[in-house]
Design a protein around this ligand. Structure first.
Ligand SMILES: *[C@@H]1O[C@H](CO)[C@@H](O)[C@H](O)[C@H]1NC(C)=O
Ligand SMILES: *[C@@H]1O[C@H](CO)[C@@H](O)[C@H](O)[C@H]1NC(C)=O
Ligand SMILES: *[C@@H]1O[C@H](CO)[C@@H](O)[C@H](O)[C@H]1NC(C)=O
Ligand SMILES: *[C@@H]1O[C@H](CO)[C@@H](O)[C@H](O)[C@H]1NC(C)=O
Length: 212
């Protein structure tokens, strides 16, 4: 038997499991969002290696604009996972991120109203940057839904754009995190970068509404 030396930190971190695609399974953040002129979202995901096509990690809609902010995925058999940000109806390019390998990967995305500048990081390192996504603020009071794309405010999910796999530790900041902050979070395995507006709960406090 091998000798194991470990330091354990026991945190009861909720992992959302989406077993196959559906037009129902989702989680909604119970958080009141302000208007944001920049944003970063970091999360950990594990994709179902047997699910292909378009998939949605999260979607944020406001009453006056449904496709306000989304992280979309294109899963093609035999190819790396491709990620794209969509802001206020402007769809960024799909960029290859990591292999579709049934392992956990961290993903961070950022966007700023200034020039519509965006960046995509996986496993702590930058994958792609660009500009020209919407330069409107992200509107307040919306519905942030994990695992489904919204075709109406908070609903009208479609199986063919849903997520299959696992998602955990989603954090949101109302600012652009820089590459050294993201690298440090990845290295320390901790989302400890100051001031997220939404934190994944490890305390059992309800911050999510689950609906399966
Ligand atoms: C999903 O199906 C709907 C019809 O139900 C269609 O309008 C939509 O374009 C499809 N999405 C993708 C990504 O194929
Ligand atoms: C990244 O952001 C942190 C926190 O705001 C700051 O202390 C640090 O100097 C920044 N690093 C770079 C390279 O911009
Ligand atoms: C980050 O961690 C340090 C030490 O563990 C702690 O003192 C600090 O308050 C944390 N910061 C945030 C924003 O959680
Ligand atoms: C749980 O949420 C309530 C209300 O939002 C807050 O007062 C309380 O401090 C939270 N508890 C923990 C352990 O975070």
């Amino acid at each position: 038997m091998t000798h194991l030396t470990s330091r354990f930190i026991v945190l009861f971190t909720l992992i959302l499991e989406f077993a196959g695609r559906s037009d129902r399974n989702h989680a909604r953040l119970l958080h009141k969002f302000p208007s944001m002129d920049s944003v970063s979202v970091c999360t950990r995901v594990r994709f179902d290696p047997n699910c292909f096509g378009i998939s949605t990690i999260f979607s944020y809609s406001i009453q006056s604009y449904i496709n306000e902010f989304q992280l979309r995925v294109n899963l093609v058999k035999g190819k790396p996972v491709q990620l794209a940000l969509l802001v206020h109806g402007v769809h960024g390019p799909y960029k290859e991120a990591f292999d579709l390998d049934d392992f956990w990967h961290s993903v961070c995305v950022s966007w700023s109203q200034s020039g519509g500048r965006w960046a995509l990081f996986t496993d702590g390192l930058v994958v792609s940057r660009g500009e020209g996504l919407s330069s409107n603020n992200i509107g307040p009071g919306g519905r942030f839904i994990i695992g489904q794309e919204q075709d109406t405010f908070g609903g009208s999910f479609k199986k063919n754009e849903s997520f299959s796999g696992s998602i955990t530790e989603l954090y949101i900041w109302d600012r652009v995190l820089n590459s050294s902050e993201i690298y440090t979070m990845e290295k320390e395995c901790s989302p400890n970068s100051s001031g997220p507006v939404f934190k994944w709960s490890t305390t059992g406090n309800r911050s999510l509404l689950l609906n399966k």
